[in-house]
Design a protein around this ligand. Sequence first.
Ligand code: MN
Length: 287
Amino acid sequence: MRICRFNANRLGIIQGDQVFDVTGALAVLPASSYPLPRHDLLIANLDQVRAHIEKIMPSAVPVPLQRVNLLSPVANPGKIIGAPVNYRKHLEEARSDAGIHHNNQVLEIQKIGLFLKANSSLVGAGEGIAIRHPQRRNDHEAELVVVIGKTGANIDRKDAWKHIAGYSSGLDMTTRGPEERSMRKSVDSFSVLGPCLVTVDEMADASSLDFSLTVNGEPRQKANTRDLIIGIAELIEFASSFYTLHPGDLIYTGTPEGVGPVVPGDRIVTEFQGIGRIDVAVRLAAS
Ligand code: MN
């Protein structure tokens, strides 16, 4: 299934260029009370939600995908994990460009480890990106995103696949500068996710997907996920050796070479094989 969220908290299934409204399936989610769980309620109950979607799908009303405002397919992840410099050519690019490394030492991911982005930075493609520091360089980073489906700690890479709910694509937006990554990458709207969650039964293997990114139609990034330095299963093993992974947690797996700046007025389009396309407008944040 290709599950999306759109407009005013509608739940949808994307088929071709249409979205079928299956918001009624949210009724199967258990009532939650304070304190809220650390997981995303929909992803933690994905099997029940999917069973209900199957029931109501025959009578679901389609709307053109182009006409909906896409929200993040995961509403409340417990955490957003990022993998820094996880493509070899991007490591070389980062080391050779002062505008990227900003006199920070660029270390291999095996040494530097993973980072976290604020959950409040998460948006869907239709919400757009708001630049807060237009005087600084703000870069796009197209990334495959893994959505965790099952709780686990110290997960062996052999078992990692059992912990994946599905895949999505995203933008790990970054203000370049000397601050810690977690600050520069946590600006509101700097974690874009979409267009949908592709569940694992629809995409068994995401380890060799072509993807690309353009800005105003100009090609910037083009790569394949087979070139990840630390692959999907190893990322899950690495992350879960430090913290428990919960349903709905997101792992932004890293970006390939070709990162570059965007400014208000730009349009970023990414295409991920098997996942789809997002078209994201960049604007100046309201002051
Ligand atoms: Mn990144």
